[in-house]
Design a protein around this ligand. Structure first.
Ligand code: NIG
Ligand code: FE
Length: 388
């Protein structure tokens, strides 16, 4: 018979990431001063939500161990909130390893794209793939992400570019949401590459269909994305597509200034975007100094095959001059904020989802420091109080 509480994790060093400012994100000062409980415990209830977080002796006195389905003694270990991957393109068919070779030999992303490769190659294979095949590969990619500590992941469509395949991709994401433990935030990214009359088709055919399916309850979509880029979607088309998505109640979270400066930040501010991805012109360090809320994502896609947020954090530290606490905040609470989920995810706080990592180390920084070392370091990944 199941007991009153699902899980107790006791005697750990807890990195709780509480936002003391009453906001649900951290900027520079908060990111540099993460809240830590040296010897703490976390209680997760049978509904999968956090019931208590605090010093081990206080929790121990209030919650008898017999009332838990499972107890993890995490002495000598660290506990972090589950990692959040704020940006991925994980639904696709076809193999693009040959493009990696082309790029190593000097081709640019746009050279490959114009030669009919890149997104177009993936679109052709994804259109031809059966849903079951897409679900199979999506599930194994999500499991790899989960093993590397991701407990909430954003998943984009965008390799269909036509009504039928975009809906197929979103339905596959929906099926993954129903069948896998990992939390998913889904994004309609039909404006990922231009095909003839793309903007018109998105506005007049695809978005109205999403609206129908969303109101009928047959599809859930959380965000809308557009690849705002020279030779892809210009500012004007980006504005109208994002606005139409916003009118359906979707969060705006779009690709801006990835390859060329496009003034995407200004457009994002004008539309009330929740997040803009890439922005590769401004340096992350300058954005942090200016008080911008910085989040991290893997951008997992056939052009950037990385399932691991610990590796993303390592790269952010080494290449973008972020500190380890900044990278952790950017890959948890701030990434959750970028998905509109920071009231329920991204930190160890009462009433949030019981999603956490137990690390085999007394110093949580090893998760970032040891490049590719997460397999040894992550002892348990917990989602809604269940070890997955
Ligand atoms: O984030 N920028 C557009 N989309 C992806 C690449 C997609 C692809 O090449 O398949 C990105 O880089
Ligand atoms: Fe992307």
């Amino acid at each position: 018979m199941s007991k009153s509480y699902r899980l107790l994790v006791k005697n750990a060093k807890l990195v709780v990431l509480i936002c003391n400012n009453g906001e649900k994100f951290l900027t520079k000062h908060g990111m540099q001063n993460l809240s830590v409980i040296e010897n703490g415990s976390v209680v997760i209830g049978s509904d999968g939500l956090i019931k208590a977080v605090g010093p081990a002796e206080v929790i121990g006195a209030q919650y008898p161990e017999g009332s838990f389905d499972k107890v993890i003694d995490a002495s000598g270990m660290c506990v972090l909130p589950g990692l959040v991957d704020a940006h991925t393109h994980p639904v696709w068919a076809g193999d693009r390893v040959h493009e990696f070779a082309m790029k190593l030999a000097g081709a640019t992303y746009m050279d490959v794209h114009r030669a009919g490769g890149g997104i177009h190659f993936t679109v052709e294979h994804t259109r031809a793939a059966r849903s079951s095949e897409l679900l199979g590969s999506l599930s194994s990619r999500l499991v790899r992400m989960q093993r590397a500590g991701t407990t909430l992941v954003e998943c984009k469509s965008g390799y269909g570019l036509d009504l039928q395949t975009e809906v197929k991709m979103l339905e596959v994401i929906e099926e993954a949401r129903r069948t896998l433990p990992i939390n998913i935030s889904s994004t309609y990214c039909g404006a990922h590459a231009t095909v003839e009359e793309a903007t018109k088709d998105i506005l007049q055919v695809q978005l109205p269909r999403l609206k129908e399916q969303m109101s009928a309850g047959t599809l859930r979509v959380d965000n809308i994305d557009v690849f705002c880029e020279q030779g892809v979607f210009d500012l004007g088309s980006t504005r109208s597509i994002l606005q139409a998505g916003k009118d359906l109640g979707l969060n705006i979270n779009f690709h801006g200034d990835e390859l060329h400066p496009m003034n995407s930040a200004q457009l994002g501010a004008e539309l009330g975007a929740l997040a803009i991805s890439h922005l590769e012109e401004p340096r992350a360090r300058d954005m942090l100094e200016a008080g911008v809320i910085v989040a991290l994502g893997s951008d997992f896609n056939p052009n950037a095959y990385c399932c691991s947020m610990p590796i993303v954090m390592h790269l952010a530290c080494v290449n973008m001059r972020m500190s380890m606490p900044e990278a952790l905040a950017a890959a948890t609470i701030n990434a959750a904020y970028a998905l509109g989920r920071s009231h329920t995810h991204g930190s160890l706080e009462v009433n949030k989802h019981g999603d956490l990592l137990v690390l085999n180390t007394t110093r949580w920084e090893h998760l970032i420091y040891q490049l590719g070392g997460h397999q040894e370091l992550i002892r348990y990944v917990v989602i809604k109080g269940n070890i997955v």
